[in-house]
Design a protein. Sequence first.
Length: 70
Amino acid sequence: MAGFDDVTRKAQEFLKDGKLQEALKSEKAEGVSDSILDAVAGAADKATGGKYSDKIQQAKDQADKKIGNE
């Protein structure tokens, strides 16, 4: 388990890096997350025949608030 613990520690250090945090909050990252959320919401809407469009939009909006910066 020592190897796994080392990898976990390094991953935690990496995630705390200021440059990474800046990149995750960039406009480019926001655009990518918006594109992914749009695609997933569109696929879910298509799969349900539009029956749950309002619920899907609400879920998309909530997800965007959690992972986006706008």
